[in-house]
Design a protein around this ligand. Structure first.
Ligand SMILES: Cc1cc2nc3c(=O)[nH]c(=O)nc-3n(C[C@H](O)[C@H](O)[C@H](O)COP(=O)(O)OP(=O)(O)OC[C@H]3O[C@@H](n4cnc5c(N)ncnc54)[C@H](O)[C@@H]3O)c2cc1C
Length: 397
């Protein structure tokens, strides 16, 4: 171990890329470590949606507002196009669903969607089959191209003096007092005063292998990605209004089920499908999304039946898109037990930090990364305190 960095950031998905850039921008000497040369994690398959409207508390409203301000200027700051744009999120309500209850649910957010008729929804989104819905909700949303935005962060990080190492982190190294002093990779070891884990769904297993329990979980997300389509244009992001994924996350991460997540072969809650589709700036569609809580990161899934299920769920809503030829894709998305990310120092291991457990990080990670980095060179940021991994310290085995 020859060098000792100020910070090592493990994982170069959207969270690690944004955090490493912000740390390096503060003048810190930062090493970003990523196991793949090309993105393969959740960021690679993301819809890129930015729900700036979705804060439900003072904390989350503030972070969403800060995230929006950053995103609106991010292409200029990073000197690369993140493809940020405003677009409507169109949320469908089926004839068998309780439209009033769903509308009521959305009243908790910082900004509330407008309830519209099937006809108005069809005018907004001509690819929508209005006969399949009883109503819809619409709200101004944002979108980035997640891979390009992540690459933009990494390139900007390198420009401000950051260093990138491609290799898999297999363990942490410790000093005589038990403090984290860096990481061990297959071909090399690196020292740092601070190490921060941004490994998405892999964070739990990585920390567990170092003997450190965390309340980070993951869903297996399955989608179909098409080739660029120049003759079809989705004007909105389409999603069912009654999203099942957040209930799935909650039910699979209750205290009693936590030990299952350290063993392969379990599925704490049955799979769900949130039917919807988005289009990327280059014309590709992503159609999905099946979510499973399989506790094995490498768990096998029945690809043909998954694909058929996704297409069957999307077909009534978006018939022109549902059967486009495309490739079935799968990745894992991290989440925490309380829908808030784990951001801050890991209790009990000096020098080790988390920036993970985000279920939908794209709107807020830039703001949290900026605050995290400012805290690294300044005093404690009271806004970050409720996000500290400390909040689960009493509840982990
Ligand atoms: C279909 C789909 C739609 C989505 N839509 C949205 C949306 O609209 N809005 C939103 O906000 N979010 C959305 N998300 C979620 C969001 O995209 C992801 O949560 C986010 O991109 C994850 O970023 P990450 O950096 O935490 O994880 P990842 O992108 O998974 O990155 C983690 C990185 O860590 C690396 N890594 C892991 N272990 C190691 C190791 N030991 N050594 C070195 N490197 C390691 C991995 O290779 C990976 O590159 C969606 C996700 C999916 C799949």
């Amino acid at each position: 171990m020859t060098k000792s960095y100020d910070w090592i950031v493990v994982g170069a998905g959207f969270t690690g890329a944004s955090l490493s850039y912000e740390l390096a921008k503060q003048g810190l000497w930062v090493l970003l470590i990523e196991q793949h040369t090309h993105l393969q994690g959740a960021t690679r398959y993301s819809y890129g949606g930015l729900a700036f409207w979705s804060g439900t508390t003072d904390l989350t409203r503030q972070i969403c507002a800060e995230g929006e301000a950053i995103h609106r200027n991010l292409s200029a700051e990073l000197e690369a196009d993140t493809h940020f744009h405003d677009l409507d999120l169109l949320m469908t309500i089926g004839p068998d669903e309780d439209a009033d209850a769903i509308y009521q649910f959305y009243q908790q957010f910082a900004k509330q969607p407008q309830r519209i008729s099937p006809q108005a929804a069809g005018e907004l989104e001509p690819l929508l089959n209005t006969e399949a819905i009883a109503a819809a909700l619409v709200i101004p949303h944002g979108q980035i191209e997640p891979e390009l935005a992540t690459q933009a962060y990494v390139n900007a990080f390198l420009r401000v003096g950051g260093e990138l190492y491609v290799g898999q982190v297999t363990g942490l190294s410790y000093g005589q007092l038990g403090q984290a002093t860096g990481v061990i990779c297959e071909q090399a070891s690196f020292g740092a005063a601070h190490t921060v884990i941004c490994a998405g769904a892999f964070s739990r297993a990585l920390l567990k292998s170092a003997g450190i329990p965390t309340r980070v979980y993951f869903t297996h997300a399955e989608i179909i990605e098409t080739a660029p389509q120049s003759d079809l244009q989705l004007r909105t992001m389409v999603s069912q209004a009654d999203l099942k994924r957040f209930d799935l996350e909650r039910s699979a991460s209750i205290d009693a089920l936590d030990p299952l997540w350290d063993e392969p072969g379990h599925e704490p809650a049955p799979p769900i499908l949130d039917a919807g589709a988005i289009q990327l700036p280059d014309g590709r569609f992503r159609i999905g999304q099946l979510s499973r809580t399989l506790t094995d990161l490498e768990a096998a899934v029945e690809r043909p039946s998954s694909e058929a299920q996704i297409r069957a769920g999307v077909r009534p809503l978006l018939p022109a898109i549902a059967d486009l030829p495309g490739e079935w894709c799968r990745c894992q998305i991290a989440y925490s037990a309380d829908q808030l990310p784990l951001v801050g120092a890991m209790p009990g291991v000096e020098g080790l930090h988390l920036f993970t457990g985000f279920s939908s990080p794209l709107a807020i990670a830039p703001a949290l990364a900026r605050r995290f980095a400012a805290q690294a060179v300044g005093g404690e940021d009271s806004l970050l305190v409720p996000l500290s991994p400390q909040r689960f310290a009493g509840a982990i085995s």
